[in-house]
Design a protein around this ligand. Structure first.
Ligand code: PLP
Length: 468
């Protein structure tokens, strides 16, 4: 008798018939949503590595320095707190975050303005559920914003930016998108921005932040400012929140994931404006959170109080992490400059957003016409994992890729305590590094970087050789 699982024997036609008639049918929403491309590339890389292939993994963005011992101790001590927490967060944490934002962003922030949740991602989704109107979204933007907005039933209106202008968001571009959307019957009321940016690594200048904020105020648009990478500014450009120029209309989101390399802790916050409307939004978030996640984990919240309270050791750890991210991102940026690959200069986070359009003709000969095909080509022919620009809202034929540089700090295959020791050693040497890589400055010995340089040089040499 066959041991095959019975379902495997069903034809796909029969399967879809059963789906329509039988149990476990899916809604239109479920079928419209796919796994986030970031997670999908990670799975593809794991599979190729398991087959013995050596992959340069630039596809997954995760801050992965070892947890600081102060936070580890705080969490161990908090393990005994097993009760549910208030939906908007425990009082000590809301106060610690409010004080932290007052200290670091020059904003007068009160605990009542803070909502804590299981990561900033669900808070962003909740905001898109409770705020009125359609969403203006710069192109390129982080992979999850548009799917979240669509899940919340919103139209997403792309705000086009110029690659040659490092994807700056300007009032002119915003007005064009707004007018166009209104003419086609949409009702844009929200603008979502992100500085430092995933995918470009760029940061708003003071003037950019002011211009965007004043534009939103003039048009009566709610501004959501995702500042999850604020602490990871590399040091040559200061982080400026647009909320400084439009406090009554801006909501800031952030969390522990990037600055403290603690994505798995799932702890984020949203800061509402200090107004009556801000209070209404936080009340709506509370209702929504109460029906979905109840509260962020209580022990994690207790430990997060330590993370957001003044502490020179932790501040030093975060600053050093930012320096390493800056060193590696700007190192690879210089490689791209040397290879004539256009790319915005990274100022924060751990991303690069190079443009491969100068090799369009050569890529065409390889059957590559879209960023998705380019990412697949690099993965399959050159063993380089990246994410296509299309995942960030670009038109398919725009040949940008998003590269994450945070997986290049340790050699492949090194794990556990050995990996931690390498990362602690890097952090110990971080203070001597400049805020951007300098060829004649102090250097870190990172074998992965040489490998990446060699591989991209081979790719570009090959493409140049077949270009018309
Ligand atoms: N915003 C951006 C731009 C991100 O890149 C990420 C995570 O990758 C998040 C938000 C989500 O962060 P959290 O871990 O707080 O949910």
């Amino acid at each position: 008798m066959s041991t095959m699982h019975p379902q495997r024997r069903l034809s796909s036609q029969k399967m879809s018939q059963m789906q329509a008639e039988g149990p476990l049918g899916l809604t239109m929403v479920a079928s419209a949503v796919t796994t986030s491309p970031t997670l999908a590339i990670n799975e593809a890389v794991a599979k190729q590595r398991a087959e013995g292939q050596e992959i340069i993994h630039l596809g997954f963005g995760e801050a992965s320095f070892p947890l600081h011992p102060l936070l580890q101790t705080a969490l161990s001590e908090a393990a005994k707190h097993t009760a549910y927490a208030p939906v908007l967060g425990i009082a000590e944490l809301r106060k610690a975050i409010a004080d932290y934002l007052t200290r670091t962003r020059q904003l007068a922030c009160l605990p009542e303005q803070i909502a804590v949740g299981p990561g900033s991602k669900p808070l962003l989704y909740a905001l898109l559920q409770v705020l009125e109107g359609d969403l203006l979204l710069p192109v390129p933007s982080w992979v999850s914003y548009a799917p979240q907005a669509k899940l919340a039933g919103r139209n997403v209106i792309g705000v086009e930016t110029d690659s040659a202008d490092c994807h700056r968001i300007t009032p002119q571009k915003l007005t064009m998108a707004l007018d166009c959307a209104r003419n086609s019957g949409a009702n844009p009321r929200i603008l979502l921005v992100n500085t430092p940016s995933n995918p470009t690594g760029s940061m708003f200048t003071y003037d950019d932040a002011e211009a965007i904020a004043l534009w939103a105020r003039e048009k009566g648009i709610t501004l959501i400012s995702d500042e999850i990478y604020a602490e990871l500014a590399h040091g040559w450009r200061e982080h400026i929140s647009p909320a400084c120029f439009y406090p009554e209309g801006t909501i800031i989101t952030g969390g522990l994931s990037k600055a403290f390399s603690a994505g798995g802790w799932r702890l984020g916050y949203a800061m509402m404006p200090p107004t009556e409307q801000g209070l209404h939004v936080i009340t709506a978030l509370r209702s929504l959170g109460s029906e979905i996640w109840s509260s962020a984990s209580t022990p994690i919240q207790k430990a997060a109080v330590v993370a957001f309270s003044p502490n020179t050791e932790l501040e030093d750890y975060v600053r050093r992490s930012a320096r390493i991210h800056g060193y590696v991102a700007s190192w690879l940026y210089e490689v791209f400059v040397g290879l004539d690959i256009p790319c915005p200069r990274p100022a924060g986070a751990f991303y690069l957003y190079p443009d491969f359009s100068p090799w369009r003709q050569a890529l065409l000969k390889q059957g590559v016409t879209t960023s998705e095909e380019l990412a697949l080509y690099l993965l399959n022919k050159w063993n380089i994992a990246t994410l296509p620009g299309s995942a960030f809202g670009e038109k398919p034929e725009v040949l940008h890729l998003r590269l994450s540089t945070s997986m290049l700090y340790t050699p492949d295959g090194v794990a556990g305590d050995e990996r931690k020791a390498i990362l602690w050693d890097l952090l110990a040497h971080a203070e001597q590094l400049p805020s951007q890589y300098q060829a004649d400055g102090p250097q870190l010995t990172l074998p992965a970087l040489d490998r990446v340089q060699k591989r991209f040089t081979e790719v570009i040499t090959f493409l140049t050789s077949i270009q018309i």
